[in-house]
Design a protein around this ligand. Sequence first.
Ligand code: ZN
Length: 257
Amino acid sequence: MKEYTVTIRFYEELNDFLPKDKKKVAFTLCWKGKRSVKDLIESLGVPHVEVDLILVNGISVGFDYIVQNDDYISVYPVFERFEISTTTRLRPQSLRTPAFICDVHLRKLVKYLRLFGFDVLYDETWDDKDLAQIAAQQKRILLTRDRQLLMRKIVDRGLIVRNTSPQKQIAEILDRLDLWDRVNPFSRCMMCNGKVAKLYNNTEEFEKEKPRIPPGVLSWCNKYYKCTQCGRIYWEGSHYEKLTKKIETIINQKSNT
Ligand SMILES: [Zn+2]
């Protein structure tokens, strides 16, 4: 079998997946037999969904490119902000309305993303196969801390969440996908992901819902919202204030970095 030697380098956050001695440096790889560049990259532990651009000797190639002896390979992450418009992106352009799906370990992140107004699916009963399938069918970005999950072939868009605290996780996602401009707090139900709409006072609908609002709240509050999906009623009470503070803290952290 033919022997191959190449030099490869990974950029930016793709280095998170590599062992110390391979981070942020060009290193040499040797093996025997034909291999696609996708196979080579994943054999180093980097999920293909995190890769947006591969340059071989300065020219952009697709995942199915068969690596040649002496190639110099540069691998760039998804949503990398530097200008690469003159080259071929491997991913579709960023989604107009980003939608997510989270694995079972990211329950708290789901709540935060919804609180910030993002569309996020989550169900404790879904296994890896379900998650990958729904992500592919509905073109959702799969968020997980499990590399293996993102290495499934049908997964096209996905991100490994690096942080462990939910507040840091949401900042990380918004940073990496450049989504701070799309934050729209309290527009989505934290429980069911449905859209939340204003419930206007003195309407027929309000009168119908009135018995569900505690009298102690009715006496002072005049701003109500209702989930268009599960019917849950929200009002601007102490819980709302607490959440507003949380949102502000996260946004302020962002402007400090
Ligand atoms: Zn709801």
